[in-house]
Design a protein around this ligand. Sequence first.
Ligand SMILES: *Cc1c(COP(=O)(O)O)cnc(C)c1O
Length: 376
Amino acid sequence: MDFETRAIHDGQEPDPATGAVIVPIYQTSTYVQEEVGKHKGYDYSRVGNPTRTALEVALASLENAKHGLAYSSGLGATTTLMHLVDPGERVVLIADVYGGVYRMTSQVYEPKGYHFTYVAADEFDSNLGAYLDDNVKMVWIETPSNPLLNVVDIRKAADAAHKVGAILAVDNTFATPYLQQPLDLGADVVVHSTTKYLGGHSDVIGGFIATNDDAIGERLRFLQKSLGAVPGPFDSWLVLRGLKTLAVRMRQHCENAHIIASFLEQHDAVEKVLYPGLASHPGHAVAAQQMRDFGGMISFLARSPEEAEAICARTKLFALAESLGGVESLIELPAKMTHASTSSAPFASPANLVRLSVGIESVTDLLADLEHALAL
Ligand SMILES: *Cc1c(COP(=O)(O)O)cnc(C)c1O
């Protein structure tokens, strides 16, 4: 069945006990057993919960994955995945990795003896092999990346990683499975912050991992219960509800973002627009090949850091806030907000970079808000 149908039905059969069309929020920590060890598939909610199972089945289906695991946050998923790597081993990452992932690698895992190499986006497609050897266990990419909207060729990265026996992990938060399905392009695992487009309404924190590799899937299931970064039933339910409208929301996010990127590109107060949907973007051709459309995230360079900050303060519809992927439009300054943790990294976010999460409001109203904020 098609994506839109699976988003609404997979893992979401009407409740057999009551006929409820919507999967109930099974707000329970434990489950009664008929006799010792004889139960209906659930014994304790850290290990499994029916609402969480519904989310895991539905979202795995959308990523064309056999195995899906829900976590308490995107970083909860990431730290669980890091347990596939041992101290002394190396992970190679795209340089402008999400700020919270960089904080984790540089300040939590590096001091424990794990090794990390950050490769610039423009080198990734052409020269990744030069950074790989037998000690590299994982290659980690985001595409498009946060906040610079760099695009990496997933198929090429997978081939390079597999040549040295490493796995490729793709953070698919910006694209969502509606726009891009990394497992079909050779990736071994897909990671999500479901906090963003999948939840879609800025009302929940969550994470997810999908894979088609049985050994990795089994290990992640074991780590899920053993490390305990699990989402509660209500949070699982909110993400599950978000999935139902993912396709229609993404279509509108993309349409609005394309119009806004074109508007920004011809505006005098804007030095440069970073949006993979623009022909001027260096990753445009690769994005066009591996994505259905170009997403709802846009970054742009203002003429100075002061102007960038002033623009963020002047918008009214675009709320000044961290996070992204909700129905409402947001604006932020990565260097001082979401990506402050990378300020001392060689790939620090430029001080004049503004990031927009384009919502699904009327694009006419969004354009008017930006027009006003950019007027000097
Ligand atoms: C937000 C985000 C994360 C972290 O997810 P949380 O749910 O906030 O823990 C990871 N990667 C990307 C690309 C993100 O935008």
